[in-house]
Design a protein around this ligand. Structure first.
Ligand code: URA
Length: 271
């Protein structure tokens, strides 16, 4: 039965029931909306003024660095084997290069080799394969090694001074190199090679801590030593194969340097 309007007005319970029967089961507001009221006049739109808008720059991606040195040193020193060091480098997030790279490029070759080669930075091919020196300059490096009886499959070990490809193949910055350095020096300590060869000027001047170019550093022998090493390691520098591809007339110097490396290895074997 439908209640009369009068009953509804005088009986709130009957009014609620009436609302529920009509499907009104939710309270929206305390004050009723008068939908018949004349709307307030709408303010005229503000005139459009042309002006240069400066879009605020997106906040820069976080770069975890100087403090990366401290954590890199700690992680590197904790590694007791080359495998542990590789795992530590792969898990490390303190180098800004990692965010742009597809793979960590740690090393290739025989970690028990008597000679360890240290290049600069992975390129596109290395980034794809996760191995150092596998592109066109790597092919030349393999031929250079083969000319003195060395190969990564047998008796040579190869790494770089940074473990991730710098975007666009730019040179790694001093900061990126410094961040990776504790891992690189620990790498040398753990491999403990008889002879160390820096491939390219960046690697040579970083690890020799000398402000000289490759033309001055190649053709000479130095000693590399860290507090974690039982003895200094004889080391030398070699023109980078990418440079030799661009300047083939320099190959004769590289050939001399390779012979010198071979002689050094032979002479140490005789001691
Ligand atoms: N150049 C380097 O120095 N290292 C690589 O791994 C590849 C190219």
């Amino acid at each position: 039965m439908i209640d009369s309007a009068q009953t509804l007005a005088s009986d709130p319970a009957a009014l609620l029931r009436w609302y529920m029967d009509a499907g009104v089961d939710e309270a929206i507001g305390d004050v009723a909306v008068d939908r018949f009221k004349t709307p307030a006049p709408v303010a005229a739109p503000a005139p459009i003024v042309q002006r240069a808008t400066v879009t605020p720059a997106a906040p820069p991606a976080p770069i975890a660095i100087p403090d990366g040195d401290a954590s890199a040193t700690h992680l590197a020193q904790a590694a007791q084997t080359v495998e542990e060091l590789k795992a530590a480098v792969e898990a490390f997030t303190g180098c800004g290069l990692k965010q742009f790279a597809s793979r960590t490029v740690f090393a290739d070759g025989n970690p028990k080799a008597r000679v360890m080669f240290i290049g600069e930075a992975p390129g596109a091919d290395e980034d794809r394969q996760g191995l150092p020196f596998v592109g066109i300059s790597g092919k030349l490096l393999d031929r250079m090694l083969a000319s003195v009886g060395l190969s990564r499959a047998e008796n040579a070990y190869i790494t770089n001074i940074v473990f991730w490809r710098p975007p666009g193949n730019r040179a790694p910055t001093d900061e990126e190199i410094a961040t990776c350095l504790p891992f690189v020096t620990r790498h040398i300590e753990l491999v403990d090679p008889a002879v160390l060869v820096f491939v390219g000027g960046l690697s040579a001047k970083t690890l020799l801590a000398k402000a000289l170019g490759i033309t001055k550093l190649r053709g000479q022998w130095f000693e590399f030593e860290t507090p974690g090493m039982s003895r200094p390691v004889p080391c030398t520098a070699l023109f980078h194969p990418a440079y030799l591809l661009r300047s083939p007339q320099q190959k004769r110097f590289a050939w001399r340097d390779l012979l010198s490396i071979k002689q050094k290895l032979d002479s140490i074997a005789l001691v």
